[in-house]
Design a protein around this ligand. Structure first.
Ligand SMILES: NC(=O)c1ccc[n+]([C@@H]2O[C@H](COP(=O)([O-])OP(=O)(O)OC[C@H]3O[C@@H](n4cnc5c(N)ncnc54)[C@H](OP(=O)(O)O)[C@@H]3O)[C@@H](O)[C@H]2O)c1
Length: 224
C-alpha cells in the first residue's frame, strides 16, 4: 500500500502539529483534523509557515479521516473513546497510529492513568475492530518536534499486532530525521509505552528538560 496522505485527528495540538510538520518536511501530504475546521486551517497555515514546501490542508476530523491513507490520533485521552466512536465508520479498515498517553496530574505530578482495556491503543483496537491499530511516537516531545530544522536523535518504539501495519509505521517513523524505529512487540505492550510517558514528563519536570528515549545495545534488525 502506498502511504502518501497522513491525517491527524486533533492535529491542532502541539504533538499532532509537530509530527505533521516533520512528515510534511519529509514530503508527505498532511491533513490536519480538528473539531473546528477554522482551527484546522490555522494549524495548516502554521505548518506551511514552518515548512514552505508543505502540502497541507486543515479540515474537520471526519473529513481528515476520509482523506488520510493512515490516521494519527493526537488527542487527549479524555476525548479518546468519544472521538473514536464518532469516527469509527469513517476509519473502517485503515491503519491507525495511536500516540495518546493517558496521563493525569496528581498534585502536579504526572501519573499514568489506568485504562480498562489495558492501554489507550488497546481501547482504540476494541472500538475499531476492522482497523490495524499501531502504538507509536509517545516519547517524542512536542517542543523538540517543533524545531523542524533539528534532527530528533531518538528512538521510536512501535507496538502492533498487524505485522504489515507495524512495519509500515516503522518505515514512516524513520522518515523523520534522526529517528530509529524499534519493534516493541504486540499491541499489548503499548501500555508500557504509554505509562513510560508519565516518567519522561516527571523527568522533564525535575530537570526542566525535554527528554526523549534512546535504547542502547541494539545494533542490527530483529532476529526471528
Ligand atoms: N505534547 C507532547 O509533548 C506529547 C508527547 C507525547 C505524546 N503526547 C500525547 O499526544 C496527545 C496529544 O498531545 P497534545 O499535547 O497535542 O494535546 P492537546 O493539545 O491537549 O490536544 C490536542 C488536540 O486535541 C483536540 N482535543 C482536545 N480535547 C479534546 C476532546 N475532549 N475530544 C476530542 N478532541 C480534543 C484539540 O483539537 P481541536 O480543539 O482543534 O479539535 C487539541 O488541539 C496526548 O494524548 C498526549 O498524551 C503528547
Amino acid at each position: 500500500m502506498t502511504v502518501e496522505v497522513l491525517a491527524f485527528i486533533g492535529g491542532t495540538g502541539p504533538e499532532g502539529l509537530g509530527l505533521a510538520a516533520r512528515f510534511a518536511a519529509a514530503g508527505h501530504e498532511i491533513v490536519v483534523g480538528s473539531r473546528s475546521p477554522e482551527r484546522a486551517r490555522q494549524a495548516a497555515d502554521s505548518i506551511k509557515a514552518r515548512v514552505p514546501q508543505a502540502r497541507v490542508a486543515g479540515v474537520a476530523n471526519q473529513e481528515a479521516v476520509r482523506k488520510g491513507d493512515i490516521v494519527f490520533l493526537t488527542i487527549p485521552f479524555a476525548g479518546h473513546r468519544d472521538t473514536l466512536e464518532a469516527l469509527a465508520s469513517a476509519i473502517g479498515g485503515k491503519t491507525v497510529v495511536d500516540v495518546v498517553a493517558p496521563v493525569s496530574f496528581e498534585d502536579g505530578r504526572p501519573t499514568a492513568a489506568a485504562v480498562p482495556e489495558g492501554s489507550a491503543a488497546q481501547q482504540a483496537q476494541a472500538l475499531l475492530p476492522k482497523a490495524q491499530v499501531v502504538a507509536a511516537f509517545h516519547h517524542l516531545d512536542a517542543s523538540r518536534l517543533a524545531r523542524v530544522e533539528q534532527p530528533m536523535e531518538t528512538d521510536v518504539l512501535v507496538c502492533g499486532d498487524d505485522r504489515a501495519a507495524k512495519e509500515m509505521v516503522m518505515a514512516l517513523a524513520e522518515k523523520i530525521e534522526g529517528v530509529r524505529a524499534l519493534d516493541a512487540g504486540p499491541l499489548a505492550n503499548s501500555r508500557y509505552l504509554e505509562e513510560f510517558t508519565a516518567l519522561l514528563l516527571s523527568l522533564n519536570k525535575t530537570y526542566k528538560a525535554h527528554t526523549s528515549l534512546k535504547i542502547v545495545g541494539i545494533r542490527s534488525g530483529p532476529k526471528g
